[in-house]
Design a protein around this ligand. Structure first.
Ligand SMILES: C[S@@+](CC[C@H](N)C(=O)[O-])C[C@H]1O[C@@H](n2cnc3c(N)ncnc32)[C@H](O)[C@@H]1O
Length: 372
């Protein structure tokens, strides 16, 4: 079954469930590749940290903001990772003191080793940012807990908590603003043929499902999209004004169809700014570790649309574990001819439907029980 080159199915064990995932090692259609959204789960390994280390567009913006503001400040970094990247930069640019927090034990241990080489004014605290006690409040916060959907890794509540417990009034926050946009498109057509994962990616899918202990329709990202693939106007799902400690979460989205075709999914992407006077990183226009996230609708077939049709979606946001948000979408496409097509979608952190969307039905299936 597991032909390493051709299309097929790879097995993944999750608790007592044996899943199969559709795979294909062939070059992706139009350069578009599916990836599970991994950043919001405790599955960071050397490869994922390496991808972030190599993310030039992201790193340039963080570097500019940190080097501009670190001098003389107490810097609190939330989620430093094993490379102690931003804390090291802050220390090298004159930070008076650096307190770096990291939740994963193996990453915190490696970060602490690096901190020791920088001097006694840099220290690493192992624990969750929303739980640890710090010896001093900071006047700068660096927080790369930005998800592919901006808030998916819990940045909104981590920064709200930091303003209460870890920061002084007027502190600089990097990034200062993270917005997530949403539009609709025809993803099945863009993927061409049958959607499949590259076999190298399947272990991450297994890690994500095992980290929460359940089988569900996990978030899938799609690389290689451009603004030209969108079939509607966009709207804002969330606007996290981290510097001002303000969050806006949309309750209703309105997407106007801009060209004829068939839609089957939403797509969510980031607009990130590290400082108010800085350019915006748009994750739909830029190749970065933040890949656009698909929101496959619970439909059996793509819905034909024409300009004049409008997709309305009511949004429900809830926190799965007090930290990680999940979203449900319910609404309809109001067609210009007066007809209406109901639309629902889910973007869960854990649990939720299994094979509820067209995409998950094509990618995942439960393995048949072994025959004796
Ligand atoms: C996206 S990575 C960023 C790593 C590094 N700062 C960088 O920018 O390359 C997020 C890191 O934050 C850690 N993390 C996630 N949630 C956290 C939390 N609530 N408290 C502390 N660390 C957290 C993860 O384990 C991971 O190492």
């Amino acid at each position: 079954m597991n032909d390493p080159t051709g299309p097929g199915w790879h097995a993944v064990e999750v608790a007592s469930t044996r899943l199969e995932v559709r795979v294909d090692a062939a070059p992706p259609h139009g350069g578009r590749r599916l990836w599970p959204s991994v950043g919001e789960y405790p599955v960071y390994d050397e490869f994922l940290y390496y991808v972030m280390l190599q993310d030039e567009p992201r790193n340039t913006l963080f570097e500019q903001a940190i080097t501009a503001h670190a001098q003389g400040r107490t810097v609190v970094e939330l989620g430093t990772g094993p490379d102690l990247l931003w804390s090291t930069l802050a220390a090298k640019h004159g930070a008076r003191r650096v307190l770096a927090v990291e939740a994963l034990e193996h990453s915190a241990r490696e970060a602490a080793r690096r901190a020791a080489a920088l001097g006694p004014h840099v220290s690493v605290v192992h624990g969750d940012a929303t739980e640890v006690e710090l010896p001093e409040r900071g006047d700068m916060c660096v927080v790369e807990l930005v998800g592919a959907i901006g808030g998916a890794e819990g940045i909104a509540d981590a920064v709200a908590d930091a303003w209460k417990r870890h920061l002084r009034p007027g502190a600089v926050v990097v990034p200062n603003r993270v917005r997530t946009r949403v539009a609709a498109l025809g993803a099945r057509r863009l993927l061409g043929g049958e959607p499949a994962l590259h076999p190298d990616v399947v272990p991450y899918l297994g890690e994500v499902l095992r980290s929460v202990g359940s089988v569900f329709d996990l978030r899938m990202c799609l690389t290689g999209l451009t603004a030209a693939d969108l079939m509607t106007t966009s709207d804002l799902l969330e606007d996290l004004d981290l510097a001002a400690d303000r969050q806006h979460h949309a309750r209703r989205l309105r997407l106007e169809v801009t060209r004829p075709g068939a839609i089957d999914s939403g797509v969510l992407w980031l607009e990130l700014q590290c400082a108010a006077d800085q350019e915006v990183l748009d994750s739909l226009e830029t190749v970065t570790n933040w890949m656009p996230v698909l929101l496959p609708f619970h439909l059996s077939e793509p819905v034909p649309v024409t300009p004049g049709d409008v997709l309305h979606l009511d949004v429900t946001r809830r926190l799965f574990d007090g930290v990680h948000p999940e979203w449900s979408f319910t609404g309809s496409i109001e067609h210009a001819d007066g007809s209406v097509t109901p639309v629902t979608a889910e973007s869960p952190y854990a649990d939720g439907p299994f094979r509820g969307s067209w995409l998950h039905r094509e990618l995942l299936r439960e393995a048949a029980p072994d025959t004796p």
